[in-house]
Design a protein around this ligand. Structure first.
Ligand code: MN
Length: 233
């Protein structure tokens, strides 16, 4: 049987050091996973279990060249576009109810990513107790660098994570400040959804998120991964 419209192409992220692509199935994102960021958003990090939202796989923007900023268009419908710099986890396998001590066995590798956020819309919807989607899950809201295989990087439990806008440091933290570790995120997600190969997880952003405008250049760093650079156009 034929498809009645053209089926969507699989989104593939380059795998560093290979000619291969990592196929993205779903994008899960962790909310408020650094205590200081939870506080700046007006919440108490001590009382909150992890929670997740999603973006469509085609929100991905491949940022393949660490030396040349990848152009990301300023989205429609917002006057307050924020950067959220994050470690991204790429899953090679999945399952349900994955125990914490087995969770990292399902990781294919890691990447640097940006959870771009229409903060004005996110806040407005939150104020009205409506879904966040329009603030988070929009076109080209998920810039990402090459996926690095686990064998190249090992797992990330600590290390610098920072973001600059036009050369000025904005976000500057350590991965060890995550409230819920990567393993715990996988476990919690797998209790709510069956996870599959190709799923990726944006593991949350440190404090000092903030606005960007057209022309801004965003540079990002995580110890153990190449820097990523994006220009808002
Ligand atoms: Mn985020």
């Amino acid at each position: 049987m034929a498809y009645v419209v053209t089926p969507p192409a699989t989104v593939g992220v380059p795998v560093n050091g290979t000619g291969d692509l990592f196929p993205v199935r779903r994008i899960f994102c962790v909310g408020r996973n650094y205590a200081a960021h939870a506080r700046e958003m007006g919440h108490d990090p001590d009382r909150e279990p992890p929670f997740f939202f999603t973006k469509p796989a085609d929100a991905i923007v491949i940022c393949a060249d660490p030396n040349n900023p990848t152009k990301v268009p300023y989205p429609s419908a917002t006057k307050n576009l924020h950067h959220e710099m994050e470690l991204v986890v790429a899953m090679k396998s999945g399952g349900t109810d994955i125990p914490v001590d087995k969770a990292l066995d399902h990781v294919f590798g890691y990447a640097v990513g940006l959870d771009m956020t229409r903060r004005d819309l996110q806040r407005a919807m939150g104020d009205e107790k409506k879904p966040w989607e329009i603030g988070k899950s929009f076109d080209r809201s998920a810039p990402i660098g090459a996926v690095h295989r686990l064998a190249q990087t090992g797992h990330f439990t600590q290390g610098a994570i920072w973001l600059k806008v036009n050369g000025a440091i904005k976000q500057n933290a350590n991965l060890n400040q995550m409230i819920w570790s990567v393993a715990e995120q996988i476990t919690k997600l797998s209790e709510a959804n069956e996870l599959f190969p190709g799923d990726i997880i944006y593991s949350g952003t440190p404090e000092n998120v903030g606005p960007v405008v057209r022309g801004d250049v965003i540079e990002m760093h995580i110890d153990g991964l190449p820097n990523l650079s994006v220009k808002i156009v």
